[in-house]
Design a binder for this molecule. Structure first.
Ligand code: EPZ
Length: 418
């Protein structure tokens, strides 16, 4: 078991490059199953979730090799359509293999996907979308099975702009006969990145980012090369860390427009932010200002994945802030841990009331999901004294090397294997 140990209270100063987007890489790796030739995906961060996706590809029969941040997939020998529970449970994004494998093999069988415990994470919207494409979907004994002998294009309406359901519908529809429209589609940048990759594979698809995605089914897709977009949530995390610990942070290899909603809130808290095309600089203000009410929303609203890092920052604001978590039912596990460090946060359902305190104090805390774990790293960097964080495996699902990055920015931090 390992822990992250931080001796906090030092500023964050310096420059760091932002990793490739986890939530882009995962559906794009699933999409490689649809190609009849080799796919090369560049900018893949070294994360346990990416390794889990590679394991699934290899289980399906793909040849996969990795050189640094480049992953190459040869899907020509795909021979299996059943993904075992041991692989499905490793991450949420395994569910996007359902659409891709169904389109490739005309059937698929998966168990319930894994992923961070953020409340119930049903896949009813995924299933409804696949059924609208005339795919037969049955659920029994914890498994979901599809048969797609006569898949055909359809007019799909998502009740909620689910990221995963949008991705599954895209992956299933790109080779389905006829025209598909996905209405109320998620607009996240990762959806646009998936569309860009599918277009490079020869898919006839457009509209990602607008809420209405149009697809003309193409029977065969070929291999392609693609570099994934930078990770807007990792970028948001590091900006919150600099705003909380103090200092001046430059982020390179970032697309500032992808985190406009986060930048706007950081400016409201008093941080100074300057942006260029592929970089941004945050200069921390003296005392963090509180925010009246912050609501998490589907893109382009404030991202739920940045809620925990922002909660850490607001815990030392000079006033009371209210956060309303509209996306997940149970995404405040980090609050009790922050309170162990001296924060004053009261949670009631989807609402967190954060009464800012002057500073946090190091303590022994436990990460219980990915972004909450990142929030504890941010809090530990800013707190007075030593913070010990367990549950590091959660953090490593989404951050390539937060210890190395924070250390290079001046934080006294180390990973201890106990
Ligand atoms: C993706 O999860 C991301 N994960 C999440 O990031 C992110 O928080 C989420 O989108 C929202 O932006 C990946 O891309 C791998 P949803 P996903 O389907 O697709 C409900 C991180 O930290 N819902 O948009 O699972 C669901 O329960 C992770 O990187 C249904 O009810 O999110 C949730 O309340 C965490 N039925 C809401 O919709 C469904 O069929 C949003 O879910 C599907 C979803």
């Amino acid at each position: 078991m390992c822990k992250i140990i931080i001796n906090g209270g030092r500023r964050l100063d310096g420059s760091t490059a932002v990793q490739g987007a986890k939530n882009s890489v995962l559906p794009i790796l699933a999409a490689t199953v649809l190609a009849d030739g080799e796919c090369t995906v560049m900018g893949c961060p070294n994360l346990s979730d990416v390794n889990a996706a590679i394991e699934i590809l290899e289980y399906l029969g793909c040849k996969v090799w990795r050189e640094g941040s480049t992953v190459t997939v040869n899907p020509q020998a795909v021979s299996c359509a059943d993904i075992p529970d041991s692989l499905m449970r490793k991450m949420r994004s395994s569910v996007t293999f359902l659409g891709a494998v169904t389109a490739r093999c005309k059937r698929a069988k998966i168990s319930s996907p894994g992923g961070c415990e953020l409340g119930p994470r049903p896949i009813d919207l995924h299933i409804k979308a696949l059924r609208e494409l005339n795919i037969s979907v049955t659920e029994h004994g914890g498994y979901t099975e599809t048969f797609a002998e006569n898949m055909r294009g359809a007019d799909i309406h998502l009740d909620f702009p689910s990221v995963g359901a949008t991705e599954n519908a895209m992956l299933a529809a790109v080779t389905a006969k006829g025209t598909t429209t996905i209405n109320n589609a998620a607009k996240e940048p990762e959806i646009c990145d998936l569309e860009d990759f599918l277009k490079k594979m020869g898919a006839k698809i457009s509209g990602a980012g607008t809420g209405v995605i149009k697809i003309e089914g193409t029977p065969k897709l070929h291999g392609a090369e693609h570099r994934v977009i930078p990770d807007r949530i990792a970028a948001s995390t590091y900006l919150c860390a600099a705003a909380m610990a103090g200092g001046t942070l430059e982020l390179t290899d970032v697309l500032p427009r992808h985190l406009n909603a986060v930048t706007a809130v950081l400016k409201d808290t008093g941080a100074e932010i300057r942006t260029k095309k592929n970089s941004m600089v945050l200069k921390a203000s003296g005392r963090v200002r509180s925010i009246d009410t912050l609501r998490t929303m589907p893109y382009p609203g404030f991202p739920t994945d940045a809620q925990a890092p922002m909660t850490a920052l607001l815990s030392v604001a000079n006033g009371t802030s209210v956060i309303i978590e509209n996306i997940f039912e149970n995404r405040y596990k980090h609050c009790a841990q922050l309170c162990k460090m001296g924060a004053d946060i009261k949670v009631n359902g989807r609402i967190a009331v954060i009464c800012g305190v002057r500073e946090l104090t190091g303590s022994t805390v436990c990460a219980q999901e990915l972004r909450g774990g990142a929030a504890l790293c941010i809090a530990g960097a800013a707190a007075r004294g030593v913070t010990e964080i367990s549950g590091v495996n959660y953090i490593e699902r989404g951050y390539e090397d937060i210890v190395k990055d924070f250390s290079r920015l001046g934080v006294e931090i180390k990973k201890q294997i106990s």
